[in-house]
Ligand binder design. Structure first.
Ligand SMILES: [Zn+2]
Length: 157
């Protein structure tokens, strides 16, 4: 029998609570298992994640000196045309985490592309999502066009 330490139990409860919150806010019924696995993967990678009701877009905070844990915020202020886009947002922000911190020399758009590519790689870890690859790619292309417009003003994550 596997012994569950209190910390693991807390973490498990946190994942359950967060999963329920995302499903409720994002109308993602049917993706319970996927979300649970995805949240687990994100926490395992040393990253935090939470919902943000006042955020227009999803983003990730990455501190320069590693003093703070990276933190993904899922933006829920604007309703999505498709619920699954929330999962794509999460995969994209997680892609930023996997690609590491922004380097001043790096082009913003290039950094975004890398994060979308890494997100796509993650998507393939979830067999139940592979049927939505075209949806992911369409959303990615749409988002990449948006970044292009904002490219000169500030770096969007
Ligand atoms: Zn981004």
């Amino acid at each position: 029998m596997k012994y569950i330490t209190p910390i693991n139990k807390t973490r498990r409860n946190n994942i359950q609570r967060l999963k329920r919150e995302i499903i409720l806010k994002g109308k993602l019924n049917g993706f319970e298992e996927t979300l649970e696995k995805l949240l687990q993967t994100i926490f395992d990678a040393g990253c935090d994640i939470s919902c943000c009701d006042i955020c227009e877009n999803s983003s990730i905070e990455q501190s320069i000196d590693d003093f703070l844990k990276p933190h993904i915020r899922i933006g829920f202020k604007t309703a999505r045309e498709n619920s699954i886009h929330i999962i794509w947002d999460i995969l994209h922000e997680f892609g930023h985490h996997l690609s590491g911190k922004a380097d001043g020399e790096e082009k913003t758009l290039e950094r975004e592309r890398v994060a979308w590519d890494l997100g796509l790689k993650q998507l393939f870890c979830f067999p139940e999502l592979t049927g939505y690859v075209d949806n992911y790619k369409n959303y990615r292309d749409k988002c990449l066009k948006t970044y292009n417009l904002h490219d000169k003003t500030e770096s969007k994550t």
